[in-house]
Design a protein around this ligand. Structure first.
Ligand code: ZN
Length: 390
């Protein structure tokens, strides 16, 4: 057993206590920069921080390895955490790590970060044969994957690897949806609600009619849609002239994603067309303005990809059951795949993430670290005839 459980646990607990909300990852980045340099990596921080208005960029640590013929691997996790995530007090009961109930734990994704550090420590202290490894600790994953979006993958040696950013250690996520975000502005016509409501078009009513016609929620096994926020109106006694709707749609099929987005827009346009008004010889119609953006692309790593085979082989060596699966969420892997890399998402043990009930079983963390180490060893063995299981 090469993974040092105590050391890994202590690092995780230390990292969790360094506040690192999105755009405020500086302190944790500095801690990790020192760690990576000590382990022999060439480390640099890119300019993503300036681009997204944060206090630090992505941290890229390149380990040269000691086997030139071995294909380089990417290991990545994100440094930022969601709110409420400041002043986290980790509480350890047996092997369960949780919070005091006021904040998230930040195991998402400090568990991934800690695992990568521990694996690199083990490789160094045991002088294990391995190829080049690019470690990338990103910023602002939780803010819409914008750290990864700013990452120049031309700076990396690896073209394949893993993001450690999902819950169950028995799963490798290889497929994930593309996502579009939508902002619909619904315009009506304002009027005094008591004196002359017939001189107005109620934008809230238009929006409501449009939304009522929309298919939302789970559309099919690979498509979801949501209107998550609505704002509008000015006062109780004014017929409202504007409503803004914030929504999203996700699908692993780009065609379905486009169809769903069009459907949502169309429902609102139809509702708007039904609301017209003749006023002083001028015709007014409610109208819709839609801002639709592709937030990220889908993840679609084939079963035959080398990284998937490596993960299955490593699981087999460790007698671990491993399934590849599709997720409904997005992660940095979506962006990295879009940039031409082949990256899947491996679980770390984090649970009930993005809630103050977040917890983590340390045993899962240890298994995940052993998996990553085995993957690195197998990657070296395949290219060099190094016996993988020691
Ligand atoms: Zn995450």
């Amino acid at each position: 057993m090469l993974i040092n459980h105590e050391r890994l646990k202590n690092l995780l607990i230390e990292l969790i206590q360094i506040d690192s909300l999105s755009r405020k990852e500086l302190n944790v980045a500095l801690r990790l920069k020192g760690e990576m340099e000590e382990l022999g990596a060439t480390v640099f921080i890119d300019d993503a921080g300036e681009k997204v208005g944060g206090n630090v960029g992505n941290l890229i640590a390149c380990f040269p390895g000691n086997r030139a013929a071995v294909e380089p691997l990417l290991l990545s996790a994100h440094m930022d955490t969601v709110v409420p995530g400041e002043g986290i007090v980790p509480i350890l009961e047996g092997n369960i790590l949780r919070t005091d109930g006021r904040t998230v734990l930040g195991g998402d994704d400090k568990s991934g970060v800690a695992i990568i550090c521990e694996v690199m420590r083990v490789i160094k202290e045991n002088r294990l044969p391995c190829g080049a490894i690019d470690v990338v600790f990103t910023i602002c994953e939780e803010a819409g994957l914008i750290g990864a979006k700013c990452l120049d993958v031309g700076q990396l040696h690896a073209r394949t690897g893993l993001v450690l950013d999902s819950d169950s250690v028995g799963y490798l996520f290889t497929k994930g949806p593309a996502k579009k975000r939508m902002e619909f502005h619904v315009y009506g016509f304002e009027a005094h609600a008591g004196v002359c409501p017939e001189r107005g078009i109620n934008a809230i009513k238009v929006a409501a009619e449009g939304i009522a016609k929309m298919q939302l929620g789970r559309i099919d096994h690979e498509t979801t849609a949501n209107i998550g926020m609505i704002e509008g109106g000015m006062a109780r006694n004014i017929v409202p002239n504007q409503v803004v709707l914030h929504g999203e749609a996700r699908s692993r099929s780009l065609e379905k994603l486009d169809r769903q987005t069009e459907h949502m827009k169309h429902c609102l346009e139809e509702a708007a067309a039904r609301h017209t008004l003749e006023l002083d010889g001028k015709r007014h119609t409610a109208r819709i303005e839609a801002k639709i953006e592709r937030e990220y692309d889908r993840m679609d790593v084939p079963e035959t990809a080398r990284i998937v085979k490596l993960v299955h082989a490593a699981a087999k060596n460790l007698n671990l059951e491993m399934k590849t699966d599709a997720t409904g969420g997005g992660c940095d892997a979506n962006v990295l795949n879009q940039k031409g890399l082949v990256v899947a998402n491996l679980g770390t043990g984090m649970r009930e993430i993005h809630t103050v009930h977040e917890w983590l079983d340390l045993n899962d963390l240890y298994v995940s670290a052993a998996m990553v180490l085995e993957i690195v060893k197998l990657n070296a063995a395949e290219n060099h005839g190094v016996k993988p299981k020691e």
